[in-house]
Write a protein of this length. Structure first.
Length: 269
């Protein structure tokens, strides 16, 4: 059975597959490490501004400078650049189509799964605190998110496969072909995807979908090693490690393009 938690008379974490005493500390640690890494990156970028230029004061100053540069031409042009160059990576599309496809699949697969995870976490609290419902609300949200979760997971998988093939067989990426940081990112995402699909298969085999509305899980599954490993590794690798990893360029590259006012540079297709 699950180990539930009572907060202000409301019961939460009563439908999780993993004891909240494991998940909550790991999640808190991961979020803290993410913001620590983000702070260090912003501070480093500020100190890296060329000599003679006006340097921002610390990480907060760097963040304000970035926001100012993106929106200095107005909200309209900034939104266009954010959508076309940030979310859909227009400049990469004009440079290399295969590279664009790889980046789009990994970017949207990664952040799609992240958004759905945040949605599920919010549902865990929204049900008891806002709707005054029990197990059923989170169970229904989890069921509704299953299809988009699978879609984003397959997108991420396809992006990883393309990344591996490019680094092994394509001549357009010789400097990055055998660098350790690239392979750490690819292998780490691969572990996330494989362990996630495996955990999903185990849950399906034990009929967890049907047990969720009552929080009645088989003893063999609650705190199952596969699910614990997947959830803990995903938090540590995809959240805590993100600002320190090669994966951070998923945020940095679009951000640099937006700061430079978009992908209007003429390049050969």
């Amino acid at each position: 059975m699950t180990e539930e938690l009572t907060i202000f008379g409301k019961t939460v974490f009563d439908t999780l597959f993993i004891d909240w005493k494991i998940m909550v500390p790991v999640a808190i640690f991961s979020v803290i490490m993410f913001f620590v890494g983000l702070y260090l990156q912003l501070d480093k970028w500020g100190r890296g501004i060329p000599e003679g230029a006006t340097k921002p004061l610390g990480a907060w100053g760097t963040l304000k400078l970035i926001i100012h540069r993106i929106f200095e031409r107005g909200i309209g042009p900034a939104i266009e650049i954010i959508i076309l160059d940030g979310l859909f990576q227009r400049r990469t599309w004009r440079r290399r189509k295969t590279e664009w496809l790889m980046h789009i699949l990994i970017f949207w697969g990664y952040f799609g799964l992240f958004i759905l995870t945040v949605t599920a976490a919010a549902a865990e609290f929204y049900g008891p605190f806002i709707k005054n419902t029990d197990y059923a609300f989170f169970a229904n949200v989890w069921k509704d998110l299953e299809l988009p979760n699978n879609i984003f997971a397959y997108m991420l998988t396809a992006g990883i496969i393309i990344a591996v093939i490019r680094r092994i067989a394509f001549a357009d990426v010789p400097p990055a072909r055998f660098t350790s940081v690239d392979w750490i990112a690819i292998i780490g995402l691969g572990i996330v995807v494989v362990s996630g699909f495996y955990a999903q298969d185990v849950r399906a085999g034990l009929g967890i979908q049907e047990r969720m509305p009552n929080g009645e899980y088989a003893d063999a599954f609650f705190n199952n090693a596969v699910d614990v490993f997947h959830e803990v590794f995903t938090l540590l690798f995809c959240v805590a490690y993100l600002p320190f990893s090669k994966l951070f360029h998923m945020l940095v590259s679009p951000l640099i393009i937006m700061i430079n006012k978009g992908g209007y540079v003429a390049v050969n297709p």
